[in-house]
Design a protein around this ligand. Structure first.
Ligand code: SF4
Ligand code: FES
Length: 386
Protein backbone atom coordinates (compact mmCIF):
# COMPACT_ATOMS: atom_id res chain seq x y z
CA UNK A 1 0.00 0.00 0.00
CA UNK A 2 1.35 3.43 -0.94
CA UNK A 3 0.07 6.94 -0.40
CA UNK A 4 -0.65 9.18 -3.38
CA UNK A 5 -1.54 12.62 -2.05
CA UNK A 6 -3.83 11.80 0.83
CA UNK A 7 -5.09 8.66 -0.87
CA UNK A 8 -3.97 5.13 -0.06
CA UNK A 9 -3.64 2.97 -3.15
CA UNK A 10 -2.52 -0.58 -3.85
CA UNK A 11 -0.02 -1.36 -6.58
CA UNK A 12 -1.12 -4.14 -8.89
CA UNK A 13 0.75 -4.90 -12.06
CA UNK A 14 -1.01 -8.13 -13.03
CA UNK A 15 -4.36 -7.53 -14.72
CA UNK A 16 -5.82 -10.75 -13.41
CA UNK A 17 -5.81 -9.14 -9.97
CA UNK A 18 -6.94 -5.67 -11.08
CA UNK A 19 -9.99 -4.34 -9.31
CA UNK A 20 -11.59 -0.90 -9.54
CA UNK A 21 -10.43 0.00 -6.01
CA UNK A 22 -10.83 3.75 -6.47
CA UNK A 23 -14.14 4.97 -7.85
CA UNK A 24 -14.40 8.64 -8.83
CA UNK A 25 -17.99 9.82 -9.23
CA UNK A 26 -17.98 13.04 -11.27
CA UNK A 27 -21.50 13.95 -10.25
CA UNK A 28 -21.93 17.07 -12.37
CA UNK A 29 -19.91 19.14 -14.80
CA UNK A 30 -21.84 22.21 -13.65
CA UNK A 31 -19.68 24.56 -11.58
CA UNK A 32 -20.05 28.19 -10.48
CA UNK A 33 -16.29 28.73 -10.89
CA UNK A 34 -14.32 29.12 -14.11
CA UNK A 35 -10.75 28.03 -13.31
CA UNK A 36 -8.54 28.07 -16.41
CA UNK A 37 -6.58 25.06 -15.05
CA UNK A 38 -9.61 22.74 -14.82
CA UNK A 39 -9.01 19.23 -16.18
CA UNK A 40 -12.66 18.77 -17.23
CA UNK A 41 -13.16 18.23 -20.97
CA UNK A 42 -13.44 21.37 -23.10
CA UNK A 43 -16.80 20.21 -24.44
CA UNK A 44 -18.30 19.55 -20.99
CA UNK A 45 -21.42 21.54 -21.91
CA UNK A 46 -22.18 18.76 -24.41
CA UNK A 47 -22.39 16.14 -21.63
CA UNK A 48 -25.12 17.60 -19.44
CA UNK A 49 -27.42 14.56 -19.36
CA UNK A 50 -26.70 13.63 -15.72
CA UNK A 51 -27.29 10.23 -14.14
CA UNK A 52 -30.21 9.92 -11.74
CA UNK A 53 -29.84 9.11 -8.05
CA UNK A 54 -30.87 5.50 -8.77
CA UNK A 55 -28.27 5.20 -11.57
CA UNK A 56 -25.53 6.35 -9.20
CA UNK A 57 -26.60 3.98 -6.44
CA UNK A 58 -26.49 1.05 -8.85
CA UNK A 59 -22.97 2.11 -9.93
CA UNK A 60 -21.88 2.26 -6.27
CA UNK A 61 -23.34 -1.19 -5.50
CA UNK A 62 -21.79 -2.83 -8.56
CA UNK A 63 -18.36 -1.26 -8.07
CA UNK A 64 -18.39 -2.18 -4.38
CA UNK A 65 -19.25 -5.78 -5.26
CA UNK A 66 -16.12 -5.78 -7.44
CA UNK A 67 -13.93 -4.62 -4.58
CA UNK A 68 -14.04 -0.80 -4.78
CA UNK A 69 -13.21 0.70 -1.39
CA UNK A 70 -12.68 4.44 -1.94
CA UNK A 71 -15.33 6.68 -3.42
CA UNK A 72 -14.57 10.26 -4.37
CA UNK A 73 -17.40 12.69 -5.11
CA UNK A 74 -16.18 15.24 -7.58
CA UNK A 75 -17.23 17.25 -10.64
CA UNK A 76 -17.49 20.09 -11.75
CA UNK A 77 -18.93 20.92 -8.38
CA UNK A 78 -20.51 17.93 -6.62
CA UNK A 79 -22.33 20.17 -4.12
CA UNK A 80 -24.66 21.25 -6.93
CA UNK A 81 -26.28 17.79 -6.75
CA UNK A 82 -29.12 18.14 -4.24
CA UNK A 83 -29.07 14.36 -3.70
CA UNK A 84 -25.45 14.41 -2.52
CA UNK A 85 -26.41 13.62 1.09
CA UNK A 86 -28.43 10.59 -0.10
CA UNK A 87 -25.52 9.38 -2.23
CA UNK A 88 -23.10 9.73 0.70
CA UNK A 89 -25.45 7.96 3.10
CA UNK A 90 -25.90 5.00 0.78
CA UNK A 91 -22.20 4.86 -0.10
CA UNK A 92 -21.28 4.68 3.59
CA UNK A 93 -23.84 1.93 4.16
CA UNK A 94 -22.13 -0.01 1.38
CA UNK A 95 -18.85 0.34 3.27
CA UNK A 96 -17.00 2.88 1.11
CA UNK A 97 -14.45 5.33 2.47
CA UNK A 98 -15.95 8.54 1.12
CA UNK A 99 -14.23 11.74 0.09
CA UNK A 100 -15.86 14.98 -1.03
CA UNK A 101 -13.67 16.97 -3.43
CA UNK A 102 -15.15 20.45 -3.61
CA UNK A 103 -14.63 24.17 -4.15
CA UNK A 104 -17.04 24.71 -1.18
CA UNK A 105 -19.46 26.59 -3.44
CA UNK A 106 -22.92 25.35 -2.50
CA UNK A 107 -21.81 24.54 1.06
CA UNK A 108 -23.10 26.07 4.27
CA UNK A 109 -22.78 25.02 7.88
CA UNK A 110 -26.10 23.19 7.80
CA UNK A 111 -24.87 21.10 4.91
CA UNK A 112 -21.60 20.31 6.66
CA UNK A 113 -23.70 19.02 9.58
CA UNK A 114 -25.79 16.96 7.13
CA UNK A 115 -22.63 15.41 5.70
CA UNK A 116 -21.59 14.54 9.21
CA UNK A 117 -24.95 12.88 9.82
CA UNK A 118 -24.46 10.97 6.56
CA UNK A 119 -21.02 9.88 7.88
CA UNK A 120 -18.96 11.38 5.10
CA UNK A 121 -15.33 10.56 5.94
CA UNK A 122 -13.30 13.35 4.48
CA UNK A 123 -13.69 16.79 2.86
CA UNK A 124 -11.17 18.37 0.52
CA UNK A 125 -11.61 22.08 -0.19
CA UNK A 126 -9.76 23.69 -3.05
CA UNK A 127 -8.43 27.23 -3.05
CA UNK A 128 -7.10 29.04 -6.10
CA UNK A 129 -4.56 31.15 -4.18
CA UNK A 130 -3.73 32.51 -0.73
CA UNK A 131 -4.74 36.08 -1.55
CA UNK A 132 -8.31 37.15 -2.11
CA UNK A 133 -7.56 39.07 -5.31
CA UNK A 134 -5.78 36.29 -7.17
CA UNK A 135 -8.10 33.60 -5.81
CA UNK A 136 -11.15 35.42 -7.15
CA UNK A 137 -9.48 36.33 -10.43
CA UNK A 138 -8.65 32.68 -11.15
CA UNK A 139 -12.05 31.44 -9.99
CA UNK A 140 -13.86 34.10 -12.00
CA UNK A 141 -16.05 34.88 -8.94
CA UNK A 142 -15.94 36.45 -5.47
CA UNK A 143 -15.54 33.28 -3.47
CA UNK A 144 -12.49 33.59 -1.25
CA UNK A 145 -14.26 34.68 1.95
CA UNK A 146 -16.85 31.94 1.58
CA UNK A 147 -14.11 29.33 1.15
CA UNK A 148 -12.40 30.55 4.32
CA UNK A 149 -15.67 30.34 6.25
CA UNK A 150 -16.38 26.84 4.96
CA UNK A 151 -12.87 25.62 5.73
CA UNK A 152 -13.44 26.78 9.32
CA UNK A 153 -16.86 25.09 9.42
CA UNK A 154 -15.39 21.81 8.19
CA UNK A 155 -12.77 21.97 10.91
CA UNK A 156 -15.36 22.90 13.53
CA UNK A 157 -17.32 19.76 12.71
CA UNK A 158 -14.27 17.65 13.40
CA UNK A 159 -13.38 16.54 9.88
CA UNK A 160 -9.85 15.65 8.89
CA UNK A 161 -9.40 18.54 6.51
CA UNK A 162 -7.52 18.58 3.25
CA UNK A 163 -6.79 21.87 1.55
CA UNK A 164 -5.90 21.66 -2.10
CA UNK A 165 -4.09 24.36 -4.05
CA UNK A 166 -3.57 23.76 -7.74
CA UNK A 167 -0.12 25.20 -8.35
CA UNK A 168 0.96 27.04 -11.51
CA UNK A 169 2.90 30.09 -12.64
CA UNK A 170 0.48 32.60 -11.08
CA UNK A 171 0.31 31.29 -7.52
CA UNK A 172 3.57 29.37 -7.08
CA UNK A 173 5.29 32.50 -5.75
CA UNK A 174 2.69 32.53 -2.94
CA UNK A 175 3.98 29.21 -1.60
CA UNK A 176 4.88 30.64 1.80
CA UNK A 177 1.54 32.47 2.17
CA UNK A 178 -0.34 29.36 1.00
CA UNK A 179 1.29 27.24 3.68
CA UNK A 180 0.73 29.91 6.33
CA UNK A 181 -2.94 30.02 5.37
CA UNK A 182 -3.13 26.23 5.70
CA UNK A 183 -1.61 26.47 9.19
CA UNK A 184 -4.04 29.23 10.17
CA UNK A 185 -6.97 27.09 8.98
CA UNK A 186 -5.56 24.08 10.89
CA UNK A 187 -5.48 21.84 7.85
CA UNK A 188 -4.50 18.24 8.48
CA UNK A 189 -3.27 17.75 4.92
CA UNK A 190 -2.25 20.20 2.22
CA UNK A 191 -2.04 19.11 -1.37
CA UNK A 192 0.10 21.42 -3.45
CA UNK A 193 -1.31 19.87 -6.57
CA UNK A 194 0.79 20.61 -9.60
CA UNK A 195 -1.37 21.53 -12.59
CA UNK A 196 -1.86 18.56 -14.88
CA UNK A 197 -2.21 19.67 -18.47
CA UNK A 198 -5.48 18.14 -19.65
CA UNK A 199 -8.78 19.72 -20.66
CA UNK A 200 -8.82 23.46 -19.97
CA UNK A 201 -5.37 23.35 -18.42
CA UNK A 202 -4.00 21.89 -21.65
CA UNK A 203 -5.58 24.73 -23.57
CA UNK A 204 -4.00 27.25 -21.15
CA UNK A 205 -0.73 25.37 -20.68
CA UNK A 206 1.63 27.96 -22.10
CA UNK A 207 0.39 30.60 -19.70
CA UNK A 208 0.29 28.26 -16.67
CA UNK A 209 3.68 26.50 -16.81
CA UNK A 210 5.95 27.88 -14.09
CA UNK A 211 9.60 28.74 -14.65
CA UNK A 212 12.42 26.60 -13.28
CA UNK A 213 13.43 29.40 -10.95
CA UNK A 214 9.92 29.58 -9.51
CA UNK A 215 9.91 25.81 -9.01
CA UNK A 216 13.23 25.78 -7.22
CA UNK A 217 12.08 28.46 -4.76
CA UNK A 218 8.75 26.72 -4.17
CA UNK A 219 10.37 23.34 -3.59
CA UNK A 220 12.75 24.74 -0.96
CA UNK A 221 9.83 26.34 0.87
CA UNK A 222 7.67 23.23 0.69
CA UNK A 223 10.49 21.15 2.16
CA UNK A 224 11.12 23.68 4.93
CA UNK A 225 7.45 23.62 5.92
CA UNK A 226 7.31 19.81 5.69
CA UNK A 227 10.09 19.64 8.28
CA UNK A 228 8.55 22.36 10.47
CA UNK A 229 5.03 20.87 10.45
CA UNK A 230 6.08 17.23 10.82
CA UNK A 231 3.52 15.36 12.89
CA UNK A 232 1.02 18.28 12.73
CA UNK A 233 0.20 18.82 9.08
CA UNK A 234 1.09 16.65 6.11
CA UNK A 235 2.23 18.55 3.03
CA UNK A 236 2.20 16.83 -0.36
CA UNK A 237 4.25 18.51 -3.02
CA UNK A 238 5.12 16.95 -6.35
CA UNK A 239 7.36 18.58 -8.93
CA UNK A 240 5.47 19.10 -12.23
CA UNK A 241 6.21 16.17 -14.51
CA UNK A 242 7.29 18.47 -17.37
CA UNK A 243 10.36 19.21 -15.24
CA UNK A 244 11.13 15.55 -14.53
CA UNK A 245 13.09 13.03 -16.61
CA UNK A 246 10.71 10.16 -16.02
CA UNK A 247 6.92 10.23 -16.29
CA UNK A 248 4.35 9.70 -13.57
CA UNK A 249 2.75 6.25 -13.29
CA UNK A 250 -0.48 7.77 -14.47
CA UNK A 251 -3.60 6.26 -12.84
CA UNK A 252 -1.26 3.62 -11.43
CA UNK A 253 -1.65 1.99 -14.83
CA UNK A 254 -4.58 2.07 -17.23
CA UNK A 255 -7.57 0.04 -16.01
CA UNK A 256 -5.59 -1.05 -12.96
CA UNK A 257 -7.31 0.52 -9.94
CA UNK A 258 -9.07 3.75 -11.05
CA UNK A 259 -12.55 3.96 -12.47
CA UNK A 260 -14.10 7.33 -13.25
CA UNK A 261 -17.77 7.76 -14.04
CA UNK A 262 -18.61 11.04 -15.80
CA UNK A 263 -21.86 12.90 -15.05
CA UNK A 264 -23.60 11.41 -18.09
CA UNK A 265 -22.60 7.86 -17.11
CA UNK A 266 -19.62 7.50 -19.43
CA UNK A 267 -17.07 5.17 -17.81
CA UNK A 268 -13.47 6.32 -18.13
CA UNK A 269 -10.16 4.67 -17.23
CA UNK A 270 -8.93 8.18 -16.41
CA UNK A 271 -10.67 11.54 -16.12
CA UNK A 272 -9.09 12.80 -19.36
CA UNK A 273 -9.72 9.74 -21.57
CA UNK A 274 -12.58 11.37 -23.52
CA UNK A 275 -10.05 13.26 -25.60
CA UNK A 276 -8.32 10.10 -26.88
CA UNK A 277 -9.18 9.12 -30.46
CA UNK A 278 -10.82 5.83 -31.41
CA UNK A 279 -12.41 5.00 -28.04
CA UNK A 280 -16.09 4.11 -27.90
CA UNK A 281 -16.30 4.66 -24.10
CA UNK A 282 -18.97 2.50 -22.48
CA UNK A 283 -21.81 4.01 -20.48
CA UNK A 284 -23.21 2.67 -17.22
CA UNK A 285 -26.71 3.14 -18.66
CA UNK A 286 -25.94 0.37 -21.17
CA UNK A 287 -23.51 -1.92 -19.35
CA UNK A 288 -22.73 -3.30 -15.92
CA UNK A 289 -19.60 -2.11 -14.10
CA UNK A 290 -18.29 -5.66 -14.29
CA UNK A 291 -18.58 -5.75 -18.10
CA UNK A 292 -17.08 -2.28 -18.40
CA UNK A 293 -14.12 -3.12 -16.17
CA UNK A 294 -13.36 -6.62 -17.43
CA UNK A 295 -14.66 -6.81 -20.99
CA UNK A 296 -14.93 -3.40 -22.59
CA UNK A 297 -12.31 -2.85 -25.31
CA UNK A 298 -11.46 0.61 -23.99
CA UNK A 299 -10.55 -0.55 -20.48
CA UNK A 300 -8.36 -3.29 -21.98
CA UNK A 301 -6.70 -1.04 -24.57
CA UNK A 302 -3.60 -0.07 -22.55
CA UNK A 303 -3.54 -2.80 -19.92
CA UNK A 304 -0.35 -4.79 -19.51
CA UNK A 305 2.62 -4.10 -21.80
CA UNK A 306 1.51 -5.57 -25.15
CA UNK A 307 0.42 -2.20 -26.55
CA UNK A 308 3.76 -0.50 -25.86
CA UNK A 309 6.14 0.75 -28.52
CA UNK A 310 9.87 1.15 -28.06
CA UNK A 311 11.59 2.45 -25.98
CA UNK A 312 9.01 1.41 -23.32
CA UNK A 313 8.54 -2.11 -24.70
CA UNK A 314 12.02 -3.20 -23.60
CA UNK A 315 12.60 -0.73 -20.77
CA UNK A 316 12.98 -2.16 -17.24
CA UNK A 317 10.97 0.75 -15.84
CA UNK A 318 7.82 -0.21 -17.75
CA UNK A 319 6.47 -2.13 -14.74
CA UNK A 320 6.96 0.93 -12.56
CA UNK A 321 5.64 3.83 -14.64
CA UNK A 322 3.61 1.96 -17.32
CA UNK A 323 5.15 4.21 -19.97
CA UNK A 324 3.63 7.31 -18.36
CA UNK A 325 0.35 8.91 -19.33
CA UNK A 326 -1.61 7.88 -22.44
CA UNK A 327 -3.47 11.18 -22.59
CA UNK A 328 -0.27 13.21 -22.37
CA UNK A 329 1.36 11.02 -25.04
CA UNK A 330 -1.61 11.70 -27.30
CA UNK A 331 -1.82 15.43 -26.62
CA UNK A 332 1.89 15.95 -27.20
CA UNK A 333 2.62 13.46 -30.02
CA UNK A 334 -0.75 12.58 -31.58
CA UNK A 335 -0.41 8.86 -30.69
CA UNK A 336 -1.47 7.55 -27.25
CA UNK A 337 0.75 4.47 -27.75
CA UNK A 338 3.90 6.54 -27.77
CA UNK A 339 6.14 6.85 -24.72
CA UNK A 340 5.04 9.80 -22.61
CA UNK A 341 7.35 12.56 -23.94
CA UNK A 342 8.14 13.62 -20.38
CA UNK A 343 10.51 10.62 -20.40
CA UNK A 344 14.01 11.63 -21.51
CA UNK A 345 14.22 8.31 -23.42
CA UNK A 346 11.25 9.27 -25.59
CA UNK A 347 12.10 10.24 -29.17
CA UNK A 348 9.58 13.08 -28.66
CA UNK A 349 11.13 14.45 -25.46
CA UNK A 350 12.14 17.65 -27.29
CA UNK A 351 8.44 18.67 -27.35
CA UNK A 352 8.46 18.92 -23.55
CA UNK A 353 11.89 20.57 -23.55
CA UNK A 354 10.55 23.20 -25.99
CA UNK A 355 7.48 23.90 -23.82
CA UNK A 356 9.73 24.42 -20.80
CA UNK A 357 12.08 26.64 -22.81
CA UNK A 358 9.11 28.81 -23.83
CA UNK A 359 7.94 29.02 -20.22
CA UNK A 360 11.39 30.05 -19.06
CA UNK A 361 11.76 32.73 -21.73
CA UNK A 362 8.77 34.63 -20.32
CA UNK A 363 8.83 36.54 -17.07
CA UNK A 364 6.63 34.78 -14.47
CA UNK A 365 3.83 37.35 -14.76
CA UNK A 366 3.96 37.82 -18.52
CA UNK A 367 2.39 34.70 -19.99
CA UNK A 368 -1.26 35.62 -19.45
CA UNK A 369 -0.64 38.91 -21.24
CA UNK A 370 0.75 37.25 -24.36
CA UNK A 371 -1.77 34.40 -24.16
CA UNK A 372 -4.84 35.34 -22.07
CA UNK A 373 -6.48 32.59 -20.00
CA UNK A 374 -9.44 30.84 -21.52
CA UNK A 375 -11.85 30.43 -18.61
CA UNK A 376 -13.80 27.21 -18.17
CA UNK A 377 -17.41 28.24 -18.64
CA UNK A 378 -20.40 27.09 -20.70
CA UNK A 379 -19.97 29.85 -23.30
CA UNK A 380 -16.37 28.89 -24.04
CA UNK A 381 -17.31 25.20 -23.91
CA UNK A 382 -19.99 25.73 -26.55
CA UNK A 383 -17.43 27.51 -28.72
CA UNK A 384 -15.22 24.41 -28.54
CA UNK A 385 -18.18 22.16 -29.39
CA UNK A 386 -19.22 24.27 -32.40
FE1 SF4 B 1 9.07 4.60 -18.45
FE2 SF4 B 1 8.91 4.12 -21.09
FE3 SF4 B 1 10.57 5.99 -20.19
FE4 SF4 B 1 11.11 3.42 -19.72
S1 SF4 B 1 11.06 4.44 -21.74
S2 SF4 B 1 11.27 5.08 -18.23
S3 SF4 B 1 8.99 2.61 -19.42
S4 SF4 B 1 8.33 5.98 -20.05
FE1 FES C 1 -5.40 9.71 -19.10
FE2 FES C 1 -3.01 9.83 -17.81
S1 FES C 1 -4.71 11.24 -17.72
S2 FES C 1 -3.88 8.16 -18.93
Amino acid sequence: METVGSTKVNHFTGNDRAQPLWLLAELSYACPLQCPYCSNPLDFADHSNELTTEDWLRVFREARAMGATQLGFSGGEPLLRRDLEVLITEARKLGYYTNLITSAMGMDEERVAAFQAAQLDHIQISFQASSEGLNNQLAGANVFQHKLAMARAVKKHGYPMVLCFVIHRYNIDQMEQILELAIELQADYVELATTQYYGWAWHNRDSLLPTREQLTRAEILAHQYQARMKGKMKIYYVVPDYYENRPKACMNGWGNIFLTIAPDGTALPCHAARQLPGLSLPNVKDHSIEWIWRESPDFNLFRGQGWMKEPCRSCPDRFKDFGGCRCQAYLLTGDPRNTDPVCSLSPHHQIVADAIATANRQAPSAASETRPWVFRNPQNSKKFCA
